[in-house]
Design a protein around this ligand. Structure first.
Ligand SMILES: Cc1cc2nc3c(=O)[nH]c(=O)nc-3n(C[C@H](O)[C@H](O)[C@H](O)COP(=O)(O)OP(=O)(O)OC[C@H]3O[C@@H](n4cnc5c(N)ncnc54)[C@H](O)[C@@H]3O)c2cc1C
Length: 404
C-alpha cells in the first residue's frame, strides 16, 4: 500500500518492468511523470540502477469528500509594505504595527520588536495593544517581557481572526511589492524578518505548534536565487537542489529550503494564554475612530488592527488580498510543504492538510467560492495522483533491483 492512500484507493500497482522503464525516463530526461520530449530508454534493463531515496516520501490523499472545512481570510496588504512608525494623536503616541500582507504570522515577532523599540524611546511603560491576531499577541508578549503593563483591546479574539486562517508557513514573502518600497522600509523589513526568525526558534515544540519542516518548490526551469534569498540568506537555510532521482515530484527542478510551520490554532491559543498569564486583561471592544483610542486610559497605543487600520486610520493603501483554503483530514506521514509552482500550495498540520492557491486583490468577500474550491481540490488531486504513481514506480523498481 502506498503511504497516505487508504486500501482500495491507491494508484494502480506498477509492474517492475514498467517501473524500471519509467525510472529510465528519469535518468535520460531528468523528469518524472511524462514530460513531453523526454527520451525513453530503448532497453528497460539497460536503465541505470535505481537508487533508494534518502528520505521517505508520501503522497497526500486528496478528494472532495475528504475536505473537512473551507475557510476564507483577507490578507492585510500594502504594496509599499507594513506600517511601523509612531504618530502623535493629540498628546498620545500611537505606534502603528499593521499591514503585513501574506506574511503576518511570519513577520509578527519582528515588527513587534521594532514597535517595542519605538515605545521604549518614550517615557511610558503602560500600553494599550489594539488587535488580538498574531501581530497584536506577539506585540503584547514582547512588551510584557520588557516591563510594560499591557491591556489588549480587540473586536475579535482567536479563533475569529485572520491570523487563524493563515496556512502558517514561516515565509517572509507576499509582504510588499518590490517596485513600491523605499530603502527605509527595506531596512526595517530585513531587520524584522531576522528578528522574527530568531524569536520563532524559541517557540519550536508542540506547546506552541511551531515546528521545523522541509519546503519543496517545483519548477519547469532552473531555480535561481530570488531577491530575498540574496538579501537575507541567513533566514533561508538548507537550500539544496534535488537531483531527479531523489524525489517523486513531477517537475525537472526541485529546490528544498528548511523553514518552520506555525499551526495557527495551537499557536494563537498558546499566545493568548501567555498574555493573560503575564497579567494582561483582554477587552473585547471595537473602536470606530481615533478619538476613542486617544480617550483610552493607557498613555501609549500600539495599533495592531491588521485590515481594520484601513477604516480606523483612513489608510486607503491597505487592501484585502482574499485567500481561500481547503483543509483535508490530517495525514501524520506528510512531513513536507509543497509549492508546485502553479500558485497552489500544500502545508501539513496536525489539524488538517491545508491546500491553498488563491490571491484575489481587492476582494472583500468572506464567502467560500465553490469554483475556487474545485480548482484547488482538483489541482491537488492531479498533482498528488502523479506523485503517488511516481512513488509506486520507485518502490516497484527498488523491489526489481533487489531481486536482480
Ligand atoms: C489564506 C491565507 C493564508 C495565509 N498564509 C500565511 C502564511 O502561510 N504565513 C504567514 O506568515 N502569513 C500568512 N497569511 C497572512 C496572515 O494571516 C496575516 O498577515 C496576519 O494574520 C495578519 O495578522 P494581524 O494580527 O495583523 O491581523 P488579524 O489577525 O486580522 O488581527 C487583527 C486584530 O485587530 C482587531 N481589530 C481590527 N479592527 C479593529 C477595530 N476597529 N477595533 C478593535 N479591534 C480591531 C481584530 O478584531 C483582530 O483582533 C495568510 C493569510 C491568508 C488569508
Amino acid at each position: 500500500m502506498i503511504r497516505g492512500f487508504p486500501a482500495g484507493s491507491a494508484p494502480r500497482q506498477i509492474p517492475r518492468r514498467e517501473a524500471v522503464r519509467r525510472l529510465g525516463i528519469v535518468a535520460a530526461g531528468g523528469v518524472f511523470g511524462g514530460c513531453a520530449g523526454a527520451s525513453v530508454a530503448s532497453d528497460p534493463l539497460a536503465a541505470p540502477a535505481v537508487r533508494p531515496w534518502t528520505r521517505d516520501w508520501a503522497a497526500v490523499h486528496v478528494a472532495p469528500e475528504l475536505v473537512t472545512r473551507t475557510i476564507v481570510g483577507l490578507r492585510p496588504y500594502r504594496s509599499s509594505g507594513f506600517v511601523l512608525r509612531t504618530e502623535m494623536h493629540d498628546d498620545k503616541p500611537v505606534v502603528h504595527n499593521y499591514g503585513h500582507g501574506g506574511g503576518g504570522i511570519t513577520m509578527s515577532w519582528g515588527t513587534a520588536h521594532l514597535a517595542m523599540e519605538e515605545a521604549l524611546s518614550t517615557e511610558h511603560r503602560e500600553a494599550a495593544v489594539i488587535g488580538c491576531g498574531a501581530v497584536g499577541l506577539a506585540t503584547a508578549r514582547l512588551f510584557q517581557r520588557h516591563g510594560f503593563k499591557v491591556r489588549m483591546y480587540a473586536r475579535d479574539l482567536p479563533p475569529e481572526t485572520t491570523s487563524n486562517i493563515a496556512a502558517g508557513q514561516w515565509s517572509p514573502f507576499s509582504v510588499f511589492s518590490a517596485g513600491s518600497v523605499t530603502d527605509a522600509f527595506m531596512s526595517q523589513f530585513r531587520r524584522a524578518a531576522r528578528l522574527a526568525y530568531r524569536h520563532y526558534q524559541d517557540l519550536v515544540g508542540p506547546d506552541y505548534g511551531v515546528s521545523w519542516i522541509d519546503n519543496f518548490s517545483l519548477s519547469s526551469s532552473p531555480i535561481g536565487a530570488g531577491a530575498l534569498e540574496r538579501e537575507i540568506p541567513d533566514v533561508f537555510p538548507g537550500i539544496r537542489d534535488l537531483a531527479p532521482d531523489e524525489h517523486p515530484f513531477p517537475a525537472p527542478y526541485v529546490r528544498r529550503v528548511v523553514t518552520m510551520i506555525v499551526e495557527t490554532s495551537t499557536y494563537l491559543r498558546a499566545m493568548e494564554r501567555d498574555v493573560r498569564l503575564a497579567g494582561a486583561d483582554i477587552v473585547v471592544r471595537e473602536f470606530v475612530d481615533v478619538a476613542e483610542l486617544v480617550a483610552l486610559p493607557e498613555p501609549i497605543v500600539i495599533n495592531c488592527t491588521g485590515l481594520g487600520a484601513r477604516q480606523l486610520f483612513g489608510d486607503e493603501d491597505l487592501v484585502p488580498v482574499r485567500g481561500q483554503l481547503e483543509v483535508v483530514r490530517p495525514q501524520t506521514e506528510i512531513d513536507y510543504i509543497l509549492l508546485p509552482g502553479n500558485g497552489l500550495y500544500m502545508m501539513p498540520r496536525r489539524d488538517g492538510i491545508v491546500l491553498g492557491g488563491s490571491f484575489e486583490n481587492g476582494n472583500w468577500s468572506l464567502e467560500p467560492d465553490p469554483a475556487t474550491s474545485r480548482r484547488i481540490v482538483s489541482g491537488h488531486v492531479e498533482l498528488f495522483g502523479q506523485i503517488a504513481e511516481n512513488i509506486a514506480a520507485h518502490q516497484a523498481a527498488i523491489g526489481a533491483d533487489a531481486t536482480w
